[in-house]
Design a protein around this ligand. Structure first.
Ligand SMILES: [Zn+2]
Length: 686
C-alpha cells in the first residue's frame, strides 16, 4: 500500500499506470475465430463523440466490476493475474527444491515459505522490530532522534526526510547524496490541508489509526490516544513546510547544492549532518544536493520544539507502519483498514499468496525477472518493440524538423537529444548480484528488513564510483515504463507489452501502435521533451539548452494543456490539477501523435481494410484506449487526484484525443459534441 521500501528519486521519471484487458474474450483480430478483441470492449450505447473512453471500454468495465479486494481494476491487473499464477508455481517449486544455501532458488523458496506462514507471523508479533523499537525508547532528545532516524532510513522507513544516492542532476556522470522533504504518513502534503469532505474524513481518521498502532505496540488506551494526536501535530508542522506536488516538479528549484558544513550552519544547526552521513556510510560526501532547504530549516525547529515523547511515537509509528504488512494479523489488519480500505476503497485483504508475491517482487524482483523473461519475452517480441522505438524516433525527428514555432538552434539540440536517447527494451543485459541478501524461513518481516538493508547498501555503494548506466529501476515483469532524464533513456519492461488474452503475434499493428507505440513508447520518448524533461540535455544534465524565445513558445503552448486539464472534474468539486499533471499529459499527447504518424507507415494503414467493422485508424485509437482500460474506487481516485502526477485513466484518453484532428475524423466528432474543441483551444506543441 503505502510502504515502499526502496526509494527512487522523484525526477521526471514514470510512465504508464494500469489499464485492463478481458481474459475471457477470444483474442483474435486478424482471423475470424472469435469476437474481435477491441470490438468486444465497446459500449455501443455510448456516442464516441460524447465520451470516447466509455465508448471504447464501457462494456468491459460493466462486465468486470472491481473485486472487493481491490481499489481499482483494469488491463494491468489482467496482465498481472497471469504473472501471479506463473510466479506462484516458481515459488512452490523452489520451496520443494533441495538446493544449496545462498542460491537464488533457496532465496525464492525460503521467502515463500516464511511469507505464507501466517501462524508464525502472528506468534512473532513485533519481535522482528525489537532492536529498533528499543533504540527509539532510548531517545532523550533531538540529537539522539536524528541518529535513530538515520538507522530507520537504512531499513526503508521514510521518517522526517528522504535520502537518495543518485546521479547529480547537473552532472549525470557523478553520483551525489540528495536530501528531500519527507516523513508524512498521509499520501501527500495536501492531505493535511485540503477541505474536500472525503479528504477531511481521512485526515480526521489518521490520529485514531496511529493510536491503535501504538496500542498494538503495547501502550495503554489513554497514552496511545495522546500519542496519535502528538504524531498528527508533528506531521502537520512538517506538512506546512513541505512543497506541493506541483512545486516538486520544478527540477531547478529543487536542486540546491551546498557543502555539508554550509547546509548544517545555514539550515540545520542542531543536526550534525557530518556524523549522520558517516553513519549512513557516506562520510566521504562533502557536498549535498538539498531539494527543499526551507523544509530542513523547519525540521530543525520542529525537532527542537516537539516534546520528545511525540518524536518517539512518530518514529515508532512510522517504523511499524513500514513493516505492518509482514507482521501478525492485528497490526496488518489495522494498517489495511487505514491504507487499504479508507484510502484505496478495498473492502477485503487480497489473498495472502498474492501479497507475498508482491513483497517478494519488492524485495528481490530482479531474481524473479530473470526467470520471467525466459517465458514471456522471446527475441522476436524484443525485436518487434525495439524496431517500434526506432519507428517512433524517426517520425519524431521529422516532426521536430518541421515545427513552425521552434528556431533552428533549439531544433538542432533537440534532434541531438533524440538521437542520443538510449532504449532499454524488455529486460536488463546484466543482472544485479543478490548474493549478499540473506533470506531464511525464520521470519517474513526479518526477510523484508534484510532486503531493505541490501537495497540501501546497494545504493550507498554507488557513491564515489562511475555511474552504472546499465541499471534498471523497474523489473522486467512490471506493467509500467519510465524515462530517466539523467541517462536520457527510455526503459520499457517486457511486462508493459503484454495484453492479457492476446498472443503478441495475433495483435494487429493498428491495435499495437495504439497500445504500445503510442501509450508507452511515444509517451516515454516525449517525456524527454515535456515541461520537465526538456530541461535536461542530451547528456542527461539539467541545463538551459533552449533559446528563451523557444522556451517561451513551448510554455505558452503547454499552458493550453494546463487549462484543458484544470477543467476536468473527476469527482464533484475535485478537479485535475493541470500544472501537476502537465508532464504526463504532454507525454500522452505526444505519444498519440507519434504513434499515429508511425502507424501511417505500416501496410495495415495503407491497405485500409476494416477488421470487425473498424477502420485501421479507429482501431489505432481503440488500441490506445485499451492501454487505459481501468476503473477505480472513489477512495483511490480521490487519493490519486492529490498525490499522483498522472491524470485518471479516462482523461488520459479523452484529454489528448480532443487535440488530434484524425480522431475527429475517425469518429465523426462535430462542433458542439462534448469531445469537440475549437481549433484555437487545441494543444499544438508537437
Ligand atoms: Zn509518464
Amino acid at each position: 500500500m503505502r510502504a515502499t521500501l526502496f526509494l527512487v528519486l522523484p525526477f521526471a521519471v514514470l510512465a504508464s499506470c494500469s489499464s485492463e484487458s478481458p481474459s475471457d474474450l477470444q483474442a483474435d483480430t486478424t482471423k475470424a475465430k472469435g469476437p474481435d478483441f477491441l470490438a468486444a470492449n465497446i459500449d455501443s450505447s455510448v456516442n464516441p463523440a460524447v465520451d470516447f473512453f466509455e465508448f471504447a471500454n464501457g462494456r468491459w468495465l460493466k462486465n468486470n466490476p472491481i473485486p472487493s479486494t481491490e481499489g481499482g481494476w483494469g488491463i494491468g491487473n489482467m496482465v498481472y493475474e497471469d504473472i501471479y499464477v506463473k510466479k506462484r508455481k516458481v515459488n512452490e517449486d523452489a520451496a520443494k527444491a533441495n538446493v544449496a544455501e545462498g542460491t537464488e532458488t533457496q532465496k525464492i523458496g525460503d521467502f515463500w515459505v516464511a511469507g505464507m506462514d501466517s501462524v508464525k507471523a502472528d506468534k512473532e508479533g513485533v519481535k522482528p522490530l525489537e532492536a529498533q523499537l528499543k533504540m527509539i525508547d532510548g531517545i532523550t532528545g533531538a540529537a539522539d532522534a536524528v541518529k535513530v532516524i538515520a538507522e530507520l532510513n537504512k531499513l526503508g522507513t521514510d521518517a522526517c526526510w528522504s535520502l537518495y544516492v543518485d546521479q547529480d542532476a547537473k552532472n549525470s556522470s557523478k553520483i551525489a547524496v540528495i536530501l528531500y522533504q519527507g516523513g508524512l504518513g498521509l499520501p501527500d502534503r495536501d492531505f493535511y490541508f485540503n477541505k474536500d469532505s472525503g479528504v477531511t474524513t481521512v485526515r480526521d481518521a489518521y490520529p485514531g489509526h496511529v493510536s491503535r498502532m501504538l496500542q498494538l505496540l503495547g501502550q495503554d488506551d489513554k497514552t496511545a490516544e495522546a500519542g496519535g494526536k502528538g504524531v498528527m501535530k508533528m506531521e502537520m508542522e512538517l506538512a506546512k513546510a513541505s512543497r506541493t506536488l506541483e512545486k516538486l516538479r520544478d527540477d531547478n528549484a529543487n536542486y540546491n547544492k551546498m557543502t555539508v558544513a554550509d547546509f548544517t550552519k545555514k539550515y540545520c544547526p542542531s543536526i550534525d549532518w557530518k556524523s549522520l552521513l558517516t553513519g549512513y556510510g557516506l562520510g566521504a560526501a562533502d557536498t549535498l544536493i538539498v531539494g527543499q532547504p526551507e523544509f530542513f530549516a523547519a525540521l530543525d525547529r520542529v525537532l527542537k520544539q516537539t516534546p520528545v515523547n511525540d518524536i518517539k511515537n512518530y518514529l515508532r509509528y512510522h517504523f511499524v507502519s513500514t513493516y505492518a504488512e509482514y507482521l501478525g494479523k492485528t497490526i496488518d489488519d489495522e494498517n489495511f483498514a487505514f491504507y487499504g480500505t479508507l484510502l484505496e476503497g478495498q473492502q477485503k485483504q487480497r489473498p495472502r499468496w498474492k501479497r507475498v508475491l508482491d513483497a517478494e517482487e519488492e524485495a528481490m524482483g530482479m531474481v524473479l525477472g530473470k526467470i520471467f523473461v525466459k517465458d514471456y519475452f522471446p527475441e522476436k517480441t524484443k525485436k518487434r518493440y525495439s524496431d517500434m522505438v526506432e519507428a517512433i524516433r524517426s517520425v519524431y525527428r521529422d516532426r521536430i524538423k518541421s515545427l513552425d514555432w521552434m528556431t533552428e538552434p533549439t531544433k538542432q539540440k533537440a534532434l541531438e537529444k533524440l538521437e542520443k536517447m538510449t532504449k532499454k527494451v524488455g529486460y536488463p543485459d546484466t543482472w544485479k548480484d543478490y548474493s549478499a541478501l540473506k533470506i531464511t524461513r525464520q521470519s517474513y518481516a526479518q526477510n523484508m528488513m534484510n532486503a531493505a538493508t541490501w537495497s540501501f547498501n546497494d545504493r550507498v555503494a554507488r557513491f564515489g564510483k562511475p555511474v552504472d548506466r546499465t541499471e534498471w529501476t523497474m523489473t522486467p515483469q512490471t506493467y509500467n515504463a519510465y524515462y530517466n532524464p539523467s541517462n536520457n533513456e527510455i526503459v520499457l519492461p517486457a511486462g508493459i507489452f503484454l495484453i492479457a488474452g492476446v498472443k503478441d503475434e495475433d495483435a494487429d499493428d493498428a491495435m499495437v501502435y495504439g497500445y504500445a507505440a503510442a501509450s508507452t513508447i511515444g509517451h516515454e520518448i516525449t517525456h524527454g521533451f515535456d515541461d520537465q524533461g526538456r530541461k535536461f540535455d542530451a547528456a542527461g544534465n539539467l541545463s538551459e539548452w533552449w533559446t528563451k524565445e523557444d522556451a517561451d513558445q513551448f510554455m505558452k503552448r503547454a499552458d493550453v494543456m494546463v487549462k484543458q486539464f484544470d477543467q476536468f472534474e473527476p469527482l464533484p468539486g475535485m478537479h485535475i490539477n493541470g500544472g501537476t499533471t502537465l508532464g504526463e499529459n504532454l507525454a500522452d499527447y505526444g505519444g498519440v501523435l507519434l504513434g499515429l504518424e508511425a502507424f501511417k507507415k505500416t501496410d495495415q494503414y495503407k491497405k485500409g481494410q476494416k477488421i470487425a467493422g473498424l477502420t485501421p485508424v479507429q482501431r489505432y485509437f481503440l488500441g490506445y484506449a485499451l492501454g487505459w482500460l481501468y476503473q477505480q474506487k472513489e477512495e483511490r481516485l480521490r487519493q490519486r487526484l492529490l498525490s499522483d502526477v498522472h491524470s485518471p485513466a479516462k482523461w488520459r484518453v479523452n484529454g489528448p484525443f480532443a487535440n488530434v484532428p484524425e480522431f475527429y475524423e475517425a469518429f465523426k466528432v462535430k462542433e458542439g459534441d462534448p469531445m469537440w474543441r475549437p481549433d484555437s483551444l487545441r494543444v499544438k506543441v508537437w
